[in-house]
Design a protein around this ligand. Structure first.
Ligand code: ZN
Length: 156
């Protein structure tokens, strides 16, 4: 007995669809903001046009000595996003009340707004400098998201 014929396999596409992405987005893993990050990027017209890596703390996690493997993972992804998808920018989105900030920087990280913004700005600007050094030619955008999903640029 022969097996019943299944549907013909789909013809292999001969032309490759465009593989370009505009940016690599780095955001925190925090479940509270996953949707807000996607909505924000979508509202900017970037839906389907960015790569994304989520690591606890975003810039805080990558710049922490306590999470060195995360930094290694991040840099590998930046390189790959460039090679595979030709990204021209890294968008870093840190956020309010971040648990990784409390764990890596200090329990009082989010105790008051000004302190919280200063901590994130320092780490994010340090990361931006490192991106520009390691991956010349990439633009860097630093953003800070509040728990209500609102976003503001951070840094200089
Ligand atoms: Zn977080």
């Amino acid at each position: 007995m022969t097996l019943p014929m299944t549907k013909e396999p789909r013809a292999i596409r001969l032309t490759t669809p465009p593989q370009q992405a505009e940016a690599l987005v780095l955001s925190c893993m925090d479940h509270r903001l996953i949707r807000a990050v996607a909505d924000y990027l979508g509202a900017r017209g970037l839906a389907g046009r960015y790569d994304q890596i989520s690591l606890a703390g975003g810039a805080i996690g990558i710049m922490s000595d306590q999470a060195a493997p995360w930094a290694e993972t991040f840099w590998a992804h930046v390189k790959l996003a460039r090679e595979l998808h030709g990204i021209s920018k890294v968008i870093v989105i840190d956020h309010q009340d971040c648990g990784a900030c409390k764990a890596f920087v200090g329990a009082d990280c989010a105790a008051d707004r000004e302190h919280e913004l200063v901590v994130h700005m320092e780490k994010m600007e340090a990361l931006a400098d490192e991106i520009r050094t390691r991956e010349p030619g990439l633009d860097v955008e630093l953003l800070f998201m509040d728990l209500d999903g609102s976003v503001a640029p951070l840094g200089t």
